[in-house]
Design a protein around this ligand. Structure first.
Ligand SMILES: NC(=O)c1ccc[n+]([C@@H]2O[C@H](COP(=O)([O-])OP(=O)(O)OC[C@H]3O[C@@H](n4cnc5c(N)ncnc54)[C@H](OP(=O)(O)O)[C@@H]3O)[C@@H](O)[C@H]2O)c1
Length: 297
């Protein structure tokens, strides 16, 4: 761990934050901009636009960039991700990028293949390999389930150390701006293993409303998401995550937050208190929480 701010010449270039309007990226952009670091958002709604499906447009996005946060959408596990990461890494290095920070997932062979691609580049690399996000339940895919009072998922009730994405943002910003994080794999998790039943109970208590976890058969879940009309790749991903990844293989704590930042990761109880106070689990509006999150360090 190092707190010294990087003064090498490349820090004068732009920092590109892929997925810069998403859960992790938005917080990373806020932190970088508050430090006065020139930042570019890489997403389809950014300017210039960045689309993983349109490599022919990547040169414009990479122009003048020295450091990149890579968050792949929708997930490094989807077919084709390794090809995209390889192509992006090659292009980034050719365009003068010297630092790459990759957001990865735990227990996904495909994600680990993408990590190896980034590690094989000439850049200084940092891998931030993360557990499931707490914010999946406050601004992500599962908020609607919480609002409906039933977190119905095909998950066995295996424990997972959910992480606050603010901790991920802090680790990524450290890796992008400080010395001492090159060639590190930070396995970042929350400080506590929790089952979905425990998670629902804690949300329920904090939100002062009945929220339950109900385990449903994978087939019913797959049918439900197909009928909900969510994009095909997200449906594939959810089925894959519950079918293959959430089998207990990730039921252990990682020390990446402590190693990168010298402090403990935030507990789920702090997250539920904060989100409940913002009223997200009553109104469904994430506006209040996003405003508050913006001013968190
Ligand atoms: N959720 C979890 O529990 C968890 C756990 C571990 C790792 N991860 C990893 O986290 C990553 C997602 O990060 P996140 O949750 O911070 O993002 P997110 O909230 O899912 O937002 C997605 C971001 O990617 C952009 N995007 C979507 N499709 C794109 C495309 N085709 N080309 C370029 N940009 C695109 C979106 O902006 P536009 O719509 O403007 O393009 C947005 O900025 C995934 O790789 C996932 O594997 C997630």
């Amino acid at each position: 761990m190092s707190n010294s701010i990087d003064t090498h010449e490349d820090s004068s270039g732009l920092t590109l934050v892929l997925g810069g309007s998403g859960k992790t990226g938005r917080r990373i952009v806020q932190r970088l901009q508050s430090r006065g670091i020139p930042t570019r958002i890489g997403s389809r709604s950014g300017s210039p636009a960045f689309d993983w499906a349109k490599p022919e447009d990547w040169d414009a996005v990479l122009d003048g960039v020295r450091s990149v946060y890579i968050s792949y959408a929708p997930d490094l596990a989807v077919p084709g991700a390794t090809d995209s990461i390889q192509l992006f890494a090659d292009k980034a290095i050719a365009m003068g990028v010297t630092r790459l920070v990759l957001l990865s997932g735990r227990g996904e062979e495909e994600a680990q293949a993408c990590e190896r691609i980034v590690q094989a580049t000439d850049a200084e690399w940092t891998i931030v390999r993360s557990s499931w996000f707490m914010q999946n339940f406050s601004e992500g895919e599962f908020l609607q389930l919480v609002l409906g009072g039933t977190i119905a998922l095909p998950a066995a009730d295996v424990p997972e150390p959910f992480i606050d994405v603010n901790d991920i943002a802090d680790v990524v910003v450290a890796a992008l701006t400080e010395l001492g994080h090159a060639n590190e794999i930070y396995e970042v998790t929350g400080p506590r293993l929790m089952t979905f039943t425990e998670l629902a109970q804690e949300i329920s208590e904090a939100a002062k409303r009945d929220v339950q976890f109900v385990q449903i058969p994978a087939k019913a879940f797959a049918q439900g998401i197909e009928e909900s009309g969510i994009p095909e790749d997200i449906a594939w991903l959810l089925n894959y995550l519950f079918d293959s990844v959430l089998d207990g293989r990730n039921a252990y704590l990682g020390d990446g937050v402590k190693r990168a930042l010298g402090r403990e990761a935030a507990d789920f109880s702090a997250f539920t208190r904060r989100i409940a106070a913002c009223g997200v689990w009553q109104s469904g509006s994430t506006k209040a929480v996003l405003g508050k999150e913006a001013v968190r360090s």
